[in-house]
Design a protein around this ligand. Structure first.
Ligand SMILES: [Zn+2]
Length: 318
């Protein structure tokens, strides 16, 4: 079992996940006067709880030493175990808007119902819509109730170490990054990752998550000379480069979609199939569809394409 000392009183270990990639989620422990603040905790399940305990024991840390557990965002690989850890006495904090989304976190049938309605309107075939409607909540999600602490943007109160919350929605509507001024490390959750570009979902009819995401990426540009400690994979030594790479990826994908639409109007589903032409399994097809929708809404907000609302909607250049 590996753990790492990042200096400035920051410890880190990767905790196993039931799926790969990424295979592991990064757990960070930041020392303060009373003990430690922990960032993220992995999925729910006895096996993962035991592994977390062993990792903490290796570092000589008891649950009672952890004075706050912060979840970077509302995905099970980051907060699935939070319910069990709260039973162990840990205080749990999420961004202040999280409360509103707790029912959807706990009930995947409800969450995917919205996406299936979207898919129907975007011309997806019956099997795809039915697949979305058959999804139930996995046990790795755990059970989420209102957090003990609702974090606000800016300095976190009552923790005897200066840590700042940066609201960075996009990959998730509640995502935050945590900035530690003394080490100049930003704990980015899944907002910025090395190796892969974070998935951008459909949230609801009105919200363009890619617009939020691009704004959140641009927000990182004001943090110079920092390092990023991401939710998965290794540390990022040059965050500004990574931000530029991810922005470029989304610009290129947007250009591709515009080119696809040059041949005439298409449904969202048809755009998905042209954009992701290789065969995909059910999960990756769901991700591909949502990514495509996120891009279509983003390009629409720039005034370059428009959506015609009908029984099945179509997209075309303006
Ligand atoms: Zn994650």
């Amino acid at each position: 079992m590996k753990n790492f000392n990042l200096g400035h009183g920051i410890l880190h270990f990767p905790l196993k996940l039931p799926w790969a990639p990424p295979g592991f989620v990064n757990i960070y422990l930041i020392e303060n006067d009373e003990g430690f603040i922990m960032i993220d905790c992995g999925v729910n399940g006895d096996e993962y709880f035991d592994e977390l305990k062993i990792n903490l024991q290796n570092l000589n840390i008891d649950f009672s030493d952890i004075n706050l557990l912060i979840g970077t965002h509302m995905h099970s690989d980051h907060i699935g175990l939070s319910g069990v850890l709260r039973e162990e006495g840990l205080k749990f904090g999420l961004y202040e808007n999280s409360e509103e989304f707790i029912p959807k976190y706990n009930d995947w049938t409800d969450r995917f119902r919205l996406i299936s309605e979207f898919a129907k309107k975007q011309g997806a075939p019956k099997e795809f819509v039915e697949d979305l409607n058959s999804i139930t909540t996995p046990s790795t999600t755990g059970k989420l109730t209102t957090p003990d602490v609702l974090l606000k943007e800016g300095e976190i109160k009552d923790i005897s170490r200066n840590l700042e919350v940066i609201f960075t929605p996009g990959h998730d509507i509640s995502e935050i990054s945590i900035y530690d001024p003394s080490s100049k490390i930003i704990f980015s959750g899944d907002h910025i990752l090395p190796r892969i570009t974070p998935f951008i979902p459909i949230h609801d009819e009105e919200t363009s998550m890619l617009n939020h995401y691009v704004d959140s990426l641009n927000k990182m540009k004001s943090f110079e000379h920092t390092k990023i400690a991401p939710g998965h994979f290794e540390m990022i030594d040059n965050p500004q480069n990574r931000v530029e790479q991810i922005l470029l990826h989304h610009e290129k994908r947007s250009e591709k979609i515009i080119n696809i639409l040059k041949d005439g109007e298409l449904t969202g589903w048809e755009v998905t199939k042209k954009l992701f032409s290789r065969p995909l399994d059910a999960m990756n097809l769901r991700l591909a569809f949502q990514e495509t929708m996120a891009h279509l809404k983003y390009i629409e907000s720039q005034g370059k394409i428009k959506q015609k609302v009908s029984e099945v909607n179509t997209w075309s250049l303006t």
